[in-house]
Each structure stands twice: as structure tokens, then as C-alpha cells.
Design a protein around this ligand. Structure first.
Ligand SMILES: [Zn+2]
Length: 218
């Protein structure tokens, strides 16, 4: 059986199991959504937001793209943020990158001429890599440079989100968190703790949190 057919069969089983666990589950979903979290993650197939956090349908409002980038001038991501913050009134925005990210790696390599759309999307990442070229250049391997740039990228996206008029314009702005997922052990690492940083504060404050990044034991 090919993959799409298997997925349709699996869906029947999933729907039955979900209804068996909670007979009201689909009635509730059909009535509307009230997620508390906007998740901005990478499109990478290995980092499915709901799976790695044990979330259920209705828990997360999700935007994923290559290298979990937020560009205030891109209507795709900005519209998701706008709806999540102004209509759904989420209390938290989580930017989640991951180690071994192909989009991040691409920003450290010569641009691939056959991928013009990708190249345009990751241009801010190339700039970020250039800004931090001295620090990255001291690292011993390509893998370590990719992983460090993945962390710096999360930090930068948090900064962009906190600076967004959509976030800053709210009476009670959502907390913006920055996490990185490790493919090695399936664990999330907190790069920016949304609880300890005022959303209105500047990049320098956010950067100051980086050396103290801790494992998320929650
Ligand atoms: Zn990725």
C-alpha cells in the first residue's frame, strides 16, 4: 500500500481510537478552537510539534517553514501571528528550531542555484551567519557551526517577534519563548525563557540569556 493510502487507513483507526478515549472529542473540536500556544517551527519532518510535546488537536496553533523563520514583511507568517495574538489571544509564542537543521546548514554553504525560493527565504540566515562569523569560525566542525547558528537563529526570531507591533500592541502581550529540539535525544532545550524576559526588552537582554540556556526538564 502506498503512503497516502496507508495514511487514510490510519486516519480511520485514529478517529476511532480518539472517540473511544473521549466520546466528546470531535464535538468539542467542531465547536471551535482555543489554543494557548502559537508554535513557529521548522518544516523538517523530524520535528512534529504535537508529537514531541504530547499535545492534542486544539492545543497548538502552528506555523512551520524552513528554518523556523519569522519575517515581519512576509504575510504568511505575519498573518498567522496576527490571528493567533489578536483573535485567538494566545498567551505564548514558541519559536522552536532544531539541531542539524538543513535550512540553517544551507546558510553556511554556497547557495544552490536550483533553489531560488529557498535562497531568498534563508537570506536573513546568511546575514546572521555573517554577523556571527567570528564566533562560528572558532567552532571545530560544520555540525557544531550549524547547531550554534540554529541557536542564534532562534534568538533572532524571538527578537523579531518581540519587536513586532502585533505583539507589542497588545495590552497583555504573549510571552515569547525560544527552544531548540535535539534529534539526538528528543529533548527540547530552552534558549530564551519567555517567563524571565520582558517582551518589550531589547536584543541585548535576550542575548544575555543565551549562556545560561538550560535543559527543559518540565
Ligand atoms: Zn530545520
Amino acid at each position: 500500500m502506498d503512503r497516502p493510502k496507508r495514511m487514510l487507513v490510519a486516519n480511520i483507526a485514529w478517529a476511532r481510537e480518539a472517540a473511544a478515549r473521549d466520546p466528546q472529542v470531535f464535538t468539542g473540536l467542531a465547536q471551535g478552537q482555543n489554543p494557548h500556544v502559537l508554535w513557529i517551527g521548522c518544516s523538517d519532518s523530524r520535528v512534529p510539534a504535537e508529537t514531541i510535546t504530547h499535545c492534542e488537536p486544539g492545543d497548538l496553533f502552528v506555523h512551520r517553514n524552513i528554518a523556523n523563520l519569522f519575517d515581519p514583511d512576509d504575510d504568511n507568517g505575519a498573518s498567522v501571528l496576527e490571528y493567533a495574538v489578536r483573535v485567538l489571544k494566545v498567551g505564548h509564542v514558541i519559536v522552536c528550531g532544531h539541531y542539524g537543521c538543513g535550512g540553517v546548514r544551507a546558510a553556511l554553504l554556497p547557495l544552490a542555484p536550483e533553489l531560488p525560493h529557498v535562497n531568498r527565504r534563508i537570506a536573513p540566515l546568511c546575514t546572521l551567519a555573517h554577523t556571527h562569523r567570528d564566533e562560528l569560525g572558532l567552532l571545530p566542525s560544520e555540525a557544531s557551526r550549524v547547531n550554534r547558528l540554529a541557536e542564534l537563529n532562534v534568538l533572532e526570531q524571538v527578537r523579531q517577534l518581540r519587536a513586532s507591533p502585533i505583539v507589542r500592541g497588545m495590552d497583555k502581550p504573549p510571552l515569547v519563548h525560544g527552544w531548540v529540539f535535539s534529534l539526538e535525544d528528543g529533548r527540547l532545550k530552552v534558549i530564551v525563557d519567555g517567563y524571565s524576559d520582558n517582551p518589550a526588552e531589547s536584543t541585548s537582554r535576550a542575548q544575555a540569556t543565551l549562556p545560561q540556556a538550560v535543559s527543559n526538564d518540565a
